[in-house]
Design a protein around this ligand. Structure first.
Ligand SMILES: Nc1nc2c(ncn2[C@@H]2O[C@@H]3COP(=O)(O)O[C@H]4[C@@H](O)[C@H](n5cnc6c(=O)[nH]c(N)nc65)O[C@@H]4COP(=O)(O)O[C@H]3[C@H]2O)c(=O)[nH]1
Length: 852
């Protein structure tokens, strides 16, 4: 087969020689081809390489040597054996042939047997050489393939993704990389012994179906996320990409699996961050709304009641402002922890922002269940918080709405709960309120009021009224306070109590405040240009004007514009607005003060300012809050506060104004305790500009105090029974006392404020305030008085208690002996130590005579 397949190229320029050689070779079965020259020989070899060449040496053109050397010089033809045919016998010719690369020589004429032998041997040798070459090439191929495979393996093993090859026919893994093993916790051998159903959630049939669909090009090749089960049973989150590849007659499914645990965790973290409050870790507004929406949907299906509680910390801003944001933040965290402890696991607590928290309670008990939780929250706040070395006490105000009674949507439920929370604040804080339809009406009314207020400024509906302040020294008007009024169409004149808070909340107060400053300065100018002359005027300014406007610049500009001397203008600020924005406020006030504008603190006593704190502000005047003045003659605490404020203000060289003085008793009390000025209905209500101008022109002033006769002995008799009162006045008419009478404790206090009584005789049995209780308060306010009670026998026990507490110095049981009573009152006056000195007091002198 080999012999028949071999092709021999005969190269000779002589046709007869070619023929002869062909004839000689024919019996061997070799195929023969011919070339008549060296050039033809080279072309023939190029066309199809022969297995052997018989090459004549002597040829015109390229001779045999040249042909041989060209063929041997090229790799593709170098291995073709060449037998040179030459008539030349000399050695030099042979050597030249060998040099050119010929393997053998045959001398012409050619011997047939020798030709066959040489041809056969050379062909065998070539075949052997070809085989060697072939196997070397094969070897090279195999090592190259092995190296490729090794590289592929290494690359597969080096990838961070797991790569698994599944044979569709056997449904077994046929190749897996190192990552597959580490990701799934199997050895390579273990993995190669199982199929995909060992890792995934599907059955073998399901996988087969999926693979067949992929093979048929019906999808399944897209990226998808799933979980694979590790050998130890744990799950790993993965992203899988699959592809079907043909391998001969079979199909291989290549799965590239990426561990996405980290990515999933990062996604979860991001999701958590987007839905939770960073400070407290509670659900934020978005998640809270979402949860509420889902809860309402479930509630609808099951007929549940859902309560929404809106919880707001009381005075949280004060904590932030005075103790700093770090303490404020910590308070919010601790507070949220207490909130969470007040609810069940299934309830939701969220932070809606700032100090606003909200709860979702699924409660079969409706209102009752919600109230229980609200009470629990309020109780949980009773214990103080220990925050960075500070002990902080806080309370909360809570508003509650119930679904389905109050509303059906999250928006409405939260809005209404917010409204109810504000009601809780108005009710004094530290309490809760359920939402009611009336509250909704109030919210609507508020909206309406806000719209009307916005228009009021544009429509020029605001006016200023002016209330005089009178000096207690000479009774003259010391100045006026400008008070805002709103001439609301259809509503008459509206007092600021009804709209100032809303102006503050909406920020409108800044623009209205500017209007007040401008109007007040214009009015001072008008009075300056009129017979009224110079009038000191104070205006109220809101804290927001300090923060949001350039208050100092604005005030100074208005003064300049109207050519008003700065000392005629005074700004009144509340303690709270001072406390809120200290640095900015101090700057602004100092600026104004440098220009001689006066500064007054309004509603003093209601805030938290300490003496040290006040000294930081350039203040001229303190105005004592109306609430203390209202009770100053009857409530020992209010009286003590008023006296303390007056003495503190004087020690700081500040002027003191008492606000809301309505009665002569209040006036006398304040006068007696050296208050500087009073403002109140007693002297004048706030009046419009024209009427107050008239009052000023008339030179109206306070009546001077009654001259005080220090030696006068005043007896105050208090009895609700006019008959008895008359009898007692009659009894003492000849004893030379100045007798004051009162029909109740309240009247008694008034009388004591107006007149300095040394001895008080009081009936025990009076409605509202009995004698002992009245005298107990009198003792606190006027400790130097001698206090005597007329009582019935039945009151003995309470009388003894009153005597023991020091409220009552003496008591007489009815009916009394008139002469003895007169005698005892006389002695009481003798025992009283007058405030201006002299005479022994009731506790230092002789004991009073025994009671009858
Ligand atoms: N019961 C009683 N009340 C008396 C008596 N004497 C005066 N008043 C009232 O007490 C309030 C004193 O003003 P305020 O403490 O500055 O309290 C003011 C002030 O805080 C605020 N306000 C008034 N006008 C302005 C303003 O132009 N700007 C700002 N920001 N607030 C203003 O509204 C509050 C209330 O103002 P008004 O309703 O005018 O109420 C005035 C006045 O009419 C009295 O003898 N008895």
């Amino acid at each position: 087969m080999h012999a028949t397949a071999a092709t021999i190229l005969i190269v000779d320029d002589e046709a007869k020689n070619r023929k002869l050689l062909d004839l000689l070779l024919r019996p061997t079965g070799y195929r023969t081809e011919y070339a008549a020259s060296g050039e033809e020989a080279l072309a023939a070899v190029r066309r199809s390489a022969p297995d052997l060449i018989l090459l004549d040496v002597m040829m015109p053109g390229l001779d045999g040597y040249q042909v041989a050397s060209r063929l041997k010089s090229q790799a593709a033809t170098a291995r073709i054996p060449i037998i040179m045919l030459t008539a030349l016998t000399e050695r030099g010719a042979r050597l030249a042939g060998l040099d050119a690369g010929a393997e053998e020589f045959l001398s012409k004429p050619v011997d047939r047997a020798e030709l066959w032998l040489r041809v056969r041997n050379l062909l065998r040798l070539k075949a052997y050489g070809d085989l060697q070459q072939h196997s070397a090439a094969l070897q090279r191929q195999v090592s190259a393939r092995t190296a490729d495979l090794q590289r592929f393996r290494t690359a597969m093993d080096a990838t961070a993704d797991a790569i698994l090859l599944i044979d569709r026919a056997s449904m077994r893994f046929v190749e897996v990389n190192a990552t597959s093993c580490s990701m799934l916790g199997y050895s390579r051998a273990e993995l190669l012994a199982v199929g995909p159903e060992a890792l995934g959630g599907g059955t073998r049939a399901q996988y087969e179906g999926a693979y067949d669909a992929m093979i048929a090009g019906r999808g399944g090749a897209e990226l998808y996320e799933t979980e694979l089960r590790r050998k130890d049973g744990s799950l790993v989150q993965v992203e899988v990409h699959r592809q079907a590849l043909r391998s001969g007659a079979d199909w291989i499914i290549v799965g590239v699996v990426r561990d996405i645990t980290e990515r999933k965790l990062a996604q979860q973290r991001l999701h958590h961050q987007a839905h939770h409050d960073a400070l407290t870790g509670l659900p934020n507004r978005t998640l809270f709304y979402d949860t509420l929406k889902k809860t309402l949907a479930l509630a609808g299906e099951h007929g549940w009641q859902v309560a929404v509680l809106f919880v707001d910390l009381d005075h949280f801003k004060n904590v932030n402002d005075t103790l700093g944001h770090l303490v404020g933040d910590e308070l919010l965290v601790r507070f949220s922890e207490r909130l969470v402890q007040c609810v069940r696991l299934r309830d939701t607590v969220g932070r809606l922002g700032g100090d606003e928290f909200a709860l979702i309670l699924v409660t079969p008990e409706g209102q009752q269940g919600a109230a229980q939780v609200a009470n629990k929250i309020l109780a949980a706040l009773r214990a103080p918080f220990e925050l960075r070395g500070h002990t902080v006490n806080v309370s909360a105000s809570i508003g509650i709405t119930i679904h389905p009674d109050d509303a059906d949507t999250p928006d409405e439920l939260i809005k209404y709960a917010d409204t109810a929370m504000y009601q809780a604040k108005h009710a004094g804080r530290d309490t809760y309120r359920f939402f009611t339809a009336q509250m909704n009406a109030a919210v609507l009314a508020r909206l309406e009021l806000e719209t009307a207020l916005r228009a009021a400024l544009e429509n020029g509906e605001f006016v200023l009224h002016y209330q005089p302040k009178a000096r207690l020294g000479d009774g003259r008007v010391a100045g006026l306070e400008a008070l805002l009024r709103w001439q609301r169409p259809g509503h008459g004149l509206v007092a600021p109590g009804e709209f100032i808070a809303l102006l503050e909340e909406t920020g409108l107060i800044v623009r209205v405040g500017s209007w007040v400053i401008a109007t007040a300065c214009r009015q001072i100018r008008r009075w300056l240009d009129s017979p009224v002359g110079a009038v000191a005027l104070s205006i109220n300014v809101s804290g927001r004007q300090f923060v949001e406007g350039a208050l100092d610049a604005e005030v100074l500009a208005a003064l300049v514009e109207n050519a008003v001397p700065a000392e005629l203008l005074e700004l009144e600020l509340t303690e709270t607005s001072l406390m809120a924005n200290t640095a900015r406020t101090i700057d602004c006030l100092r600026n104004l003060k440098r220009q001689h504008v006066k500064i007054s603190i309004d509603d003093f006593g209601t805030g938290y300012s300490s003496l040290a704190y006040l000294r930081r502000f350039p203040i001229d005047t303190l105005k004592i809050d109306i609430a203390f003045i209202r009770d100053v003659t009857s409530n020992p605490d209010a009286a003590a506060i008023v006296r303390a404020i007056i003495s503190m203000a004087h020690s700081l060289n500040l002027n003191v104004v008492a606000e809301g003085v309505e009665t002569p008793a209040q006036l006398s009390y304040l006068r007696r305790h050296h208050c500087d000025q009073i403002q109140g209905y007693y002297f004048s209500r706030p009046l419009d500009a024209e009427r107050v101008g008239e009052l000023l022109l008339q030179g109206r002033r306070l009546a001077p105090p009654e001259p005080c006769d220090e030696r006068r002995q005043t007896l105050l008799i208090v009895d609700d029974d006019p008959l008895m009162l008359g009898m007692l006045v009659e009894l003492f008419k000849d004893d030379g006392y100045h007798v004051e009478t009162a029909r109740s404790g309240a009247e008694g206090f008034d009388a004591l404020a107006r007149h300095e009584a040394q001895v008080i005789l009081c009936d025990q049995c009076m409605p509202t305030l009995d004698g002992a209780a009245f005298l107990d308060q009198v003792k606190a306010m006027y400790p130097d008085t001698v206090r005597i009670v007329l009582s019935g026998n039945a009151d003995l026990a309470s009388m003894m208690a009153a005597v023991n507490s020091g409220a009552v110095d003496r008591f007489y049981t009815k009916p009394w002996d008139g002469a003895l009573l007169r005698d005892n009152i006389r002695q009481a006056f003798r025992h009283h130590r007058p405030p201006c000195g002299g005479g022994p007091g009731p506790h230092g002198g002789d004991a009073l005579p025994e009671a009858a």
